[in-house]
Design a protein around this ligand. Structure first.
Ligand code: AMP
Ligand code: GLY
Length: 427
């Protein structure tokens, strides 16, 4: 098979690594890719926002499957445009991608189909939104409706913070994404990520994971796209796993089908484990980054038949097998991230680092220049490791980090702390 993967981050490097391992694949391309992806695929400098160019490339290279990594092309309808051109693509349609593209859309679906989530209101003007937050009081959560690169959510612990958040959103801080605002009940509990694969009719679970969103150790500093992750998380017991499938994932798939906009692809649920059971606080319509990196390390089955089954409505009796091991990833980012950072610094020691048992390194933002790997983004490397326990995976990943020489980079030193503390706690 000829496959084209779209994207350029650590998530796409992990996907490229897993797809390239499939015996079904004769050739893999990635647009635009990065220095690490170039080891697995031929990277092509296509502008993936330009759908006719992507379609032409597919026709010229007899592409039989396109795998879409990030949310932006999904929200822009790339899967619809490829389908209209007769090209199979893994990922949701533009309508189904609204599960991530509009918080209000997802809240309304939850209400209609009885999916547990926080109480909410939708507002298109500041006066009504302010009146609502004043009625409800803090803590309360203010969200820009549309895609805002993970920055459109303010968890306000005081009324003043909530009022300020409403004001900046209606002031245009997030452009069109903030022209509607969702105000949501604050959910107290532990937060986990849960991934499932859907073919529009049904869904099968992938795995749970724990992301680390804050930039510094002990969950301090601003939110980022994710500074590390591990899978599975011990918080998701067999019972909670089953509740998430039965109460959240399957009703979502059924609801989307009933509305005539079936969801095909990866459903990534952000779930709060509350004293009232698991509640959904957001959907993403793609793999998480860096959660994908640890999921790919744990997946034993070939991913390509699973993606094809999702595209073709054939997941009903499909089974994905997983290694029994835990996997953990540490993100190395450019100093300054998630604010301003420099590009172009040299990274050394990657080969020595990847020799450590169980270690796999996925590149996020890198380029290759004069036979050197250079930093070319905010989140630059994912140092991943598998092992029998999360503690051992953590030890291996940090041993690899310590072999990397990159003066402009930094990472958190505590990825995995929740699971490791929990395992140490007296029973
Ligand atoms: P989101 O962009 O929806 O992932 O939200 C960013 C972060 O805000 C999440 O990772 C949660 O930690 C937090 N969050 C979102 N919704 C709620 C909620 N209703 N209650 C408490 N925290 C929330
Ligand atoms: N790691 C969070 C995300 O991919 O949205």
């Amino acid at each position: 098979m000829h496959i084209l993967l779209l994207g350029s981050g650590g998530r796409e490097h992990a996907l490229a690594w897993k797809i390239a391992a499939s015996p079904l694949v004769t050739k893999l391309w990635c647009a635009p890719g990065n220095a690490g992806i170039a080891r697995e695929a031929e990277c092509v400098a296509l502008d993936i926002a330009d759908h006719p160019t992507v379609i032409n490339f597919c026709r010229n290279h007899a592409i039989e499957l396109v795998v879409v990594g990030p949310e932006t092309p999904l929200a822009a309808g790339i899967v619809d445009d490829l389908a209209a051109a007769g090209i199979k693509a893994f990922g949701p349609s533009r309508q189904a991608a609204r599960l991530e593209g509009s918080k209000g859309f997802t809240k309304a679906l939850c209400s209609e189909f009885g999916i547990p989530t926080g109480a909410y209101g939708r507002f298109n003007n500041a006066a009504d939104a302010l009146a609502h937050v004043r009625r409800q009081g803090a803590p309360i959560v203010v969200k820009a409706d549309g895609l805002a690169a993970g920055k459109g959510v303010v968890v306000a612990m005081t009324l003043a913070e909530a009022e300020a958040a409403v004001a900046i959103m209606f002031d245009g801080a997030f452009g069109k994404a903030g022209s509607e605002v969702v105000i949501e009940e604050y959910l107290a509990g532990r937060e986990i990520s849960f991934f499932a694969l859907s073919d529009g009719e049904t869904a099968i679970p992938l795995a749970s994971a724990q992301d680390h969103k804050r930039v510094f150790d002990h969950d301090q500093g601003p939110n980022t796209g994710g500074m590390g992750a591990y899978s599975p998380t011990p918080l998701v017991t067999a019972e909670i796993h089953s509740q998430i499938m039965q109460r959240i994932i399957l009703p979502t798939v059924a609801g989307m089908k009933a509305r005539g906009t079936p969801f095909r692809g990866v459903l990534y649920a952000g779930v709060m484990l509350t004293t009232d059971g698991p509640k959904l606080f957001e959907y993403n319509v793609r793999f998480g980054d860096p959660e994908c990196q640890v999921l790919m390390l744990r997946m034993m089955s070939d991913i390509v038949p699973a993606m094809l089954a999702a595209c073709d409505g054939q997941l009903k009796n499909f089974d994905i097998r997983w290694f029994d091991e835990s996997a953990l990833t540490v993100v190395m980012a450019a100093k300054g991230y998630p604010g301003d950072y420099k590009k172009g610094s040299r990274i050394e020691g990657l080969d020595e680092a990847s020799k450590i048992e169980g270690v796999e390194i996925f590149h996020g933002g890198t380029i290759f220049s004069d036979s050197h790997v250079l930093a070319n983004g905010g989140r630059v490397l994912n140092i991943c490791a598998s092992a029998k326990t999360i503690s051992e995976a953590q030890r291996r990943a940090y041993a690899a980090v310590d072999r990397i020489r990159w003066s402009d980079g930094f990472c958190r030193r505590d990825i995995g702390w929740q699971a490791i503390e929990r395992n140490k706690a007296p029973k």
